[in-house]
Design a protein around this ligand. Structure first.
Ligand code: PEP
Ligand code: MN
Length: 266
């Protein structure tokens, strides 16, 4: 499969030294206190480069928390001002793009449900025309490499060269240990087709529970993925979304420490 991607390296938009990029933060922004206190704990670990928090949450079924909305952008702004961490949030419409950029969000990501819809991706890409912001594109919910590459191409054609992919696993009707099947071979194919495209692993959404996260994280790094996006909540037991898969900032820090040790030993 051919592609027409023209991409700048991760180092063009974030300095991580020789370490993998770590994006961490709550699945959802819930309250100002939760966002700001989580950000401080994450910043204090010294292992996190970007703070993530979902403001607009596309949910599979109606009737669940669909995100705090625009007010959360103010909380991200405060978290960044107090900790110095750049911020990232999910955008699913042109309006989200405009609001996030106006609020100074540093990195935008396109969620798995959006990547699966070319009209949605095109709407987001059109809103990004002429803007210089890093965009990371999650794989579509379904195991379709063309849809993933197509979404990356649409954003890239809008002029975004600070581009990366997020491997967050794929939906399957069959129940396995994972919430979303990693299907590593799809990420390997993407890497083979577009070696210059940074791939960031999302162990949180692959695993669906925190116990499996170290295993997937280690595997992703062993496969030379260039970064991680991991959900972290100050108190996962009371998280409004994805409670089972979130790590406290302390647990995240411990895990990243262990992973680094194992890497150094190998
Ligand atoms: C998220 O990152 O919280 C999220 C909704 O992820 P995904 O789009 O991968 O389901
Ligand atoms: Mn989540």
């Amino acid at each position: 499969m051919k592609h027409s991607l023209d991409i700048l390296p991760l180092s063009s938009w974030i300095d991580t030294g020789d370490k993998p990029l770590v994006i961490a933060g709550p699945c959802s922004a819930e309250t100002e206190e939760q966002v700001v206190s989580t950000a401080h704990l994450l910043a204090n670990t010294g292992k996190v480069h970007v703070l993530r928090a979902g403001i607009w949450k596309p949910r599979t079924r109606p009737g669940e928390f669909e995100g705090i909305g625009s007010i959360g952008l103010e909380w991200l702004k405060r978290a960044k001002a107090e900790t110095g961490l750049p911020t990232a949030t999910e955008v699913a419409t042109a309006k989200h793009v405009e609001e996030a950029l106006a609020a100074g969000v540093d990195v935008l990501w396109i969620g798995a449900r959006s990547t699966a819809n070319p009209f949605t991706v095109q709407e987001i890409a059109d809103a990004l025309q002429g803007v210089d912001v890093p965009v990371i594109v999650k794989n579509p919910v379904n195991p379709d490499l063309s849809l993933w590459i197509g979404a990356l191409e649409r954003v890239n054609r809008a002029g975004i060269k600070k581009l990366a992919a997020i491997h967050r696993g794929f939906s399957s009707f069959e129940k396995t240990a994972f919430r979303n099947e990693p299907m590593w071979d799809i990420a390997i194919q993407l890497k083979t087709i577009a070696p210059e495209l940074p791939i960031i692993n999302d162990p949180s959404h692959i695993c669906g529970n925190r116990e499996l996260i170290p295993y997937i994280t280690q595997k992703a790094l062993d496969m030379d993925m260039q970064g991680l996006i991991i959900e972290s909540h100050i108190d996962p037991s009371i998280a409004w979304t994805d409670a089972k898969q979130q790590l406290t900032p302390g647990a995240l820090s411990d895990m990243l420490g262990n992973i680094a040790v194992r890497q150094a030993e190998s």
